[in-house]
Unconditional design. Structure first.
Length: 196
């Protein structure tokens, strides 16, 4: 999939509209997105029209088919009367042993900050739970526990206060091989830090 700048849905106001705009910008039909995400065309249509109630797993499948992080889809929902101070404005998403507590700013849509919690044995990017490279730039710091990241085939074991950063377009995966929960503060920027 060709890399493109992620300011393409700045003017939409809902999750469904963000998905529809991304799909159309990629010149994909409902059927094609359904096939890539392993969801029915009817389900995709309902989500786009705002009539569906998708699970986080369904949204993960859609986001991977579109080549963006799940958090990106939610980042374009617009509050019609945003307060300049967003106090405790957050969303919590969980799936298969992973929880993301996302700070959801009504103003900033190019930078996402969240608390990432991976239970013992949780993973992403394996054959069982695939994960495709996507647009953006990631950086994080482990604050509790341990996790093993693999970026472009190289393994990076991360322990408490270890950090990592990389362009999200690189193939990456992770696994918690310990018996404890790993917690990390993570950031995804949709701006290209290299100005490409």
């Amino acid at each position: 999939m060709q890399r493109r700048r992620v300011n393409e849905v700045d003017r939409v106001s809902s999750l469904g509209e963000a998905i529809r705009t991304l799909r159309r910008n990629r010149q994909m039909t409902l059927e094609e997105l359904g096939k890539l995400s392993s969801l029915s065309t009817a389900m995709i249509s309902k989500i786009e029209s705002g009539n569906g109630n998708p699970s986080i797993n369904s949204l993960r499948q859609i986001s991977e088919a579109l080549g963006v992080p799940v958090a990106y889809l939610f980042s374009h929902e617009i509050d019609p009367n945003p307060d300049p101070v967003a106090y405790n404005h957050k969303r919590i998403y969980s799936y298969e042993g992973v929880t993301f507590t996302v700070l959801a700013s009504p103003y900033s849509r190019q930078q996402k900050l969240f608390l990432f919690e991976a239970e013992a044995g949780a993973e992403r990017g394996s054959t069982r739970i695939p994960h495709e490279p996507h647009e953006g730039f990631e950086q994080g710091i482990v604050i509790e526990g341990e996790i093993e990241f693999t970026v472009s085939g190289k393994i990076y074991p991360l322990r408490r206060f270890d950090t990592i950063s990389f362009p999200s377009i690189l193939h990456h995966s992770w696994i918690n091989r310990t018996s404890d929960v790993c917690r990390a503060v993570w950031s995804i920027s949709m701006n290209d830090p290299f100005g490409e």
